[in-house]
Design a protein. Structure first.
Length: 308
């Protein structure tokens, strides 16, 4: 009887408290863990007497974690308004030499997704390898332009002064590379650079799969319709979305970018396009362009017909 009364009184309160703890502490804890794992990976691969097969397996495991978990954690944190979590997310991206994503994702990708102004929206027929280089360079320059515009410079300015976040991104990247070389020599630096490149590829694979071929039509006056659920591919697979802080519930994230990951909602397949497999599997398929086109082009065409 007493147990029943306590459950009735405190169940909802306990659930709400646990959700608040998860929202605030889990991403921060995982971000802190990321920095430990980066150092541990470089140290293990340089100094531990593992065989080549073990080192390759270890490297593959770390890159998977950084590509899927660390990127999802950083993404969650750079959307936070409080300084500590935001800065943790920013430095997480700097540690994979991709600090500019902090600016370009919020200032370019979110307002211009599914338009020609967003470098991180993959075009119909564009394979991942071509997209990677276009999105990397395009997001760097577009984010720099947006930050300079906020500082009062012309949007096409390439200036980077100490007030521009890009100054921190660039200096921070060189600082991490210097730490890797001091900590583990030239071999450690090479391993670190490979880890960073792999993490960047994982992030851009996610962008590629989440928006491939989806567009917002441009009106004659250059305006675009509001962002809608059908402008993002979703993957509501339970295990993967829990592993990546609900990042695959992408339509809802674009609708409410500041919404915590624990509150993101699924959208029915009638209103939001769904990937046929989990994001990890779709990322692997994206590395094989003919297979990717065979799977995705009929689906892109179907959504284009629905929203002509």
């Amino acid at each position: 009887m007493v147990n029943h009364l306590v459950d009735a009184l405190f169940d909802d309160v306990a659930d709400a408290a646990i959700e608040r703890i998860v929202q605030t502490t889990l991403p921060v804890a995982l971000a802190c863990l990321h920095f430990v794992l980066v150092a541990n990976c470089v140290w293990a691969l340089v100094y531990q007497p593992f065989g080549i097969a073990t080192k390759l397996a270890l490297f593959f495991a770390y890159t998977l974690y950084f590509a899927h978990v660390s990127n999802a954690v950083g993404h969650e944190l750079i959307h936070r308004t409080k300084k500590l979590p935001f800065n943790l997310g920013k430095w997480l991206f700097i540690s994979i030499l991709f600090g500019h994503h902090t600016s370009s994702h919020r200032l370019i990708h979110h307002p211009y997704v599914a338009t020609r102004y967003d470098p991180n929206t993959a075009r119909y027929g564009e394979n991942f390898y071509r997209f990677f280089w276009r999105a990397w360079r395009g997001s760097f320059l577009a984010g720099l332009g947006a930050e300079n515009q906020r500082l009062g410079y012309p949007p096409n300015s390439r200036a980077v002064d100490v007030k521009n976040p890009y100054f921190t991104y660039i200096i921070g990247a060189f600082a991490f590379m210097a730490l890797a070389s001091v900590f583990a020599g030239w071999s450690g630096l090479l391993i670190y650079l490979t880890l960073a490149f792999s993490a960047q590829a994982g992030l851009l694979l996610t962008d590629y799969t989440q928006h491939y071929g989806l567009t917002r039509p441009e009106a004659a006056d250059g305006t675009f319709p509001p962002i809608a659920p059908h402008h993002s591919w979703n993957a509501p697979h339970w295990f993967t979305r829990k592993l990546t802080l609900n990042a695959p519930l992408h339509s809802d994230h674009h609708a409410k970018p500041a919404r915590p990951f624990t509150e993101l909602q699924t959208h029915p397949q009638e209103t939001a396009p769904q990937l046929p497999y989990s994001p990890g599997i779709m990322s692997m398929i994206a590395l094989h362009p003919p297979r990717w086109r065979k799977i995705m082009h009929p689906r892109v065409a179907e959504w284009a017909m629905r929203h002509r």
